[in-house]
Design a protein around this ligand. Structure first.
Ligand SMILES: [Zn+2]
Length: 155
């Protein structure tokens, strides 16, 4: 794996802090369920994402995907994805299935996923623990490095 500049506990703490901060930008007048996310890259890059809703409800975009798509745009390989929101049915709120599938494509199975509530209480899991049997063909990080040509391989 890539050498890390920051100790793991500090990286997770920073991701939590950023996700809590990103939540303040959430545009969520329809659900009233503000959500914020942060990606920290393998080289400690920092990306924020906020939930963005729309009067045409299906156009809403989760905070996690906003951050993950931005990571791809900047060719940043996500190492940690943190999500901050209120609890759901008294449990920590983890990314939805759509965001997990996108995260798998962008970052791969080893991505660290952190769910954070409004008090900063959190739980850390890997993406493979949250989405153990999802279809997985390519990873954007491999694409950036030229390690893989998506047009040449089979499922
Ligand atoms: Zn989602």
């Amino acid at each position: 794996m890539t050498a890390e500049k920051t100790p793991r506990h500090a990286k997770l703490a920073r991701a939590i802090e950023l996700a809590r901060s990103a939540r303040e930008a959430s545009y969520s007048p329809y659900s009233d369920f503000p959500m914020g996310a942060a990606v920290i890259g393998t080289h400690d890059e920092e990306i924020l994402g906020a939930l963005v809703e729309n009067v045409s409800l299906g156009l809403a975009m989760c905070s996690e995907r906003v951050a993950l798509f931005n990571a791809v745009t900047q060719r940043i390989v996500p190492d940690v994805l943190a999500l901050c929101s209120q609890r759901t049915d008294d449990g920590l709120t983890f990314p939805c299935g759509a965001c997990l599938q996108v995260a798998l494509e962008v970052a791969g199975n080893d991505l660290t996923v952190v769910a954070v509530d409004l008090d900063g209480d959190h739980e850390v899991l890997t993406l493979s623990e949250l989405l153990p049997r999802a279809p997985h063909r390519h990873t954007a990080a491999d694409h950036f490095s030229g390690a893989e040509n998506p047009g040449d391989s089979e499922v």
